[in-house]
Ligand binder design. Structure first.
Ligand code: CU
Length: 155
């Protein structure tokens, strides 16, 4: 009787160990797939920067933002071409994860037609802006091509 209970207990423990092992293998596989999302290499010296506005600038009314790029070219989203990408403007947010598609919302604006400027209507107060280039699949390059984050004040 006692032996039977012990055996059953052993069996359960083994099964539980197998479940834990299966979960670990599943997570490892998932992690590997995640890490393998293809990233496009950026050439040395590539940089994006704000032509306007400047860090610390105070602005009345709509904000015209002009995107600068050196060492790479612009290509629309979906077009595969070496050493190119399209601009993304991050508004009042920090950088998204580098190994994933950049989200699309008011804080992550895509310029997939190859635009190099935009006009923002922002409520009065302080706002942060940052440029992040990404490849045809909206995934940041490796290493990422991004500007420093700047802060502007809308009056
Ligand atoms: Cu994009």
């Amino acid at each position: 009787m006692l032996a039977a209970i012990v055996i059953r207990d052993e069996g359960e423990r083994t099964m539980r160990r197998h479940i834990v092992l299966a979960a670990a293998v599943f997570m490892a596989a998932g992690g590997a797939v995640f890490a393998q999302l293809p990233r496009t290499a950026s050439p040395p010296g590539a940089a994006v920067y704000f032509i306007s506005p400047k860090d610390g600038e105070e602005i009345s009314g709509p904000v015209t933002v002009r995107f600068g790029l050196k060492g790479m070219g612009i290509a629309p989203a979906g077009v595969e071409m070496k050493n190119t990408g399209h601009h993304h403007l991050l508004v009042d947010t920090k950088l998204p994860p580098m190994g994933e598609n950049i989200p699309t919302d008011d804080h992550h604006r895509h310029f997939g037609n190859g635009q190099t400027e935009t006009t923002l209507t922002l409520p009065p107060g302080k706002h942060t802006l940052q440029l992040l280039l990404a490849d045809q699949n909206h995934i940041p390059h490796d290493p990422p091509v991004m500007s420093p984050q700047i802060t502007i004040t809308v009056k």
